[in-house]
Design a binder for this molecule. Structure first.
Ligand SMILES: Cc1cc2nc3c(=O)[nH]c(=O)nc-3n(C[C@H](O)[C@H](O)[C@H](O)COP(=O)(O)O)c2cc1C
Length: 160
């Protein structure tokens, strides 16, 4: 099954997850950064995975626009969605999904899940973001979230 993994992020975590998904899927998967290519050709993909980081309660514009503009095309695919964010309360994360993805895309996705934010650190961080991430990273470390295990389960659902 051919899988296209589309993502948009800023500080690296969304990309990190996209690449981990790809590494577990192997050669039949490609990763495309929607910030570099806003109109990717997904015609040959059986499955499309779409991921974004969350900033001030919103996913990246490239992801929101892509989904809005390509609803009909996405209807014909197997779709899985993810968000990288700090929030981990299920009902709050669910609101992020609802704000990001059109109802038609979200309701027909066979999987949607959160992965933690601030998984990787970046030179793009300014002082404010760095101190915010330091707090977040501590919290993530305290939570000991089994990210790789979650990615494996997500990928297993894609392969099914
Ligand atoms: C300016 C800023 C605002 C953020 N706002 C939120 C937020 O509203 N909710 C949340 O759960 N996480 C928030 N985060 C955490 C990010 O979602 C998290 O760091 C994620 O990994 C970002 O993805 P990226 O690393 O691919 O850019 C914020 C991070 C930054 C830098």
């Amino acid at each position: 099954m051919k899988t296209t993994i589309l993502f948009a992020g800023k500080y690296g975590s969304t990309e990190y997850i996209a690449k981990m998904i790809k590494s577990k899927l192997g050669e039949d998967a490609v990763v495309i950064n929607l910030r570099d290519n806003k109109k990717p050709d997904i015609s040959s993909a059986d499955c499309v995975v779409i991921g974004s980081g969350v900033y001030m309660g919103r996913a990246r514009r490239e992801v929101r626009n892509f989904c809005k503009n390509r609803v009909n095309e996405l209807r014909s695919k197997k779709v899985a969605l993810y968000l990288c964010c700090m929030e981990n309360k299920e009902e709050e994360v669910e609101k992020y999904f609802q704000k990001t993805f059109p109802e038609a895309v979200l309701s027909s996705a066979f999987a949607h899940r959160r992965f933690p934010g601030a998984l990787v650190r970046s030179e793009k961080e300014g002082a404010m973001v760095r101190s915010m991430f330091e707090q977040m990273t501590k919290t993530n470390a305290d939570r000991k979230e089994p990210v790789e295990q979650w990615v494996t389960a997500f990928v297993d659902a894609i392969k099914r």
